[in-house]
Design a protein around this ligand. Structure first.
Ligand SMILES: [Zn+2]
Length: 313
């Protein structure tokens, strides 16, 4: 069969541009808290909400410690699927991370989880000097000899550049990178000496032919936002109905919760941050769900672990 031009199918999930967050009954500062992990660490959790089984909104929550927590709203998350590869980016310009002013502070969501995990271990000391790159900048960097590549993982938010760190921080970053499937490079001369981290596992996995198109789509989206991006500091979860999950892990893992209503329709999906071996207590706020009976399927490192139930009243 002859097919001339494969048609790129772009699927935009940016419902953030639509009015409000329909699933929040009371969009107050406290009720916006989705998940709380009562252990030391920095956890970046993804929350996808569904209404009668249909996707309605995405959020990302950063739990940095007991007092500093951030919520990245739907309007600051961008997803698109292109020829089977899905790209999801999120704004990460929050108060706990030092980012140079002119940096486009968007990274691939799963890469962001790994970066915050590393940053927590070194006390959030490094400064980010480059993250997402436009195709125009990549071309400029190549012309000036700063980069020898036509396409770079920076174009799709799969790389960051860091400066300001101690030699021991550098060693920790290097060790954790290996564990997380990241490529660690220490390069640039003089004042431009920096660490480049890229999500090698993901980068080697995606088709490279449309990288520039993905980057241009994100940058067009950012222009359309016109500064209406939203990332805000939120309070700890104090009230409301919670679902509590305790677990012990002996290996490095992530937890995924799939919440379904009585008819088996998806209500929410929560993908927690990365856990080191230890004992954990996770509280999930249920304020955004309608009244009813729910099932929670729990997966640890992608493997189904247990099914729990609760009634939302
Ligand atoms: Zn770089």
């Amino acid at each position: 069969m002859i097919k001339c031009l494969p048609i790129a199918i772009l699927m935009f999930l940016t419902t953030g541009l639509m009015a409000g967050n329909p699933d929040f009954r009371t969009p107050s500062k406290t009720s916006r808290f989705f998940i709380e992990i009562t252990t030391q660490g920095t956890f970046v959790s993804f929350i996808d909400l569904f209404s009668k089984g249909k996707y309605s909104a995405s959020f990302i929550e950063i739990n940095s410690d007991k007092t500093r927590n951030y919520l990245i709203s739907n309007s600051s998350i961008f997803s698109l699927t292109l020829k089977g590869d899905t790209f999801s980016f999120a704004n990460f310009r929050c108060g706990i991370i030092d980012i140079k002013d002119n940096v486009i502070a968007y990274l691939d969501k799963a890469f962001l989880q790994k970066i915050f995990f590393i940053f927590h271990r070194i006390g959030f000391r490094p400064r980010i000097t480059d993250a997402m790159r436009t195709t125009q900048n990549q071309t400029k960097y190549k012309r000036r000899g700063w980069s020898n590549m036509e396409i770079s993982p920076h174009l799709v938010g799969l790389a960051v550049d860091l400066v300001i760190y101690s030699a021991s921080d550098r060693e920790i970053i290097k060790k954790l990178s290996e564990k997380l499937g990241l490529k660690f490079l220490y390069h640039g001369g003089g004042g431009n000496r920096h660490i480049h981290l890229q999500d090698e596992r993901h980068w080697s996995d995606i088709q490279k032919s449309d990288i520039r198109l993905v980057s241009d789509s994100l940058n067009t989206f950012l222009k359309s936002l016109n500064g209406r991006e939203e990332i805000q500091e939120i309070d700890s979860l104090k009230q409301g109905q919670n679902f509590i999950y305790n677990f012990i892990t002996e290996k490095f893992s992530g937890i995924f919760f799939n919440i379904e209503d009585i008819y088996g329709e998806k209500a929410a999906e929560i993908n927690t941050g990365l856990f080191e071996p230890g004992n954990y207590n996770i509280r999930i706020n249920l304020d955004y769900l309608e009244k009813g009976f729910y099932k929670v399927n729990v997966f640890e490192s992608g493997k189904f672990t247990v099914q729990k139930y609760f009634v939302k009243y």
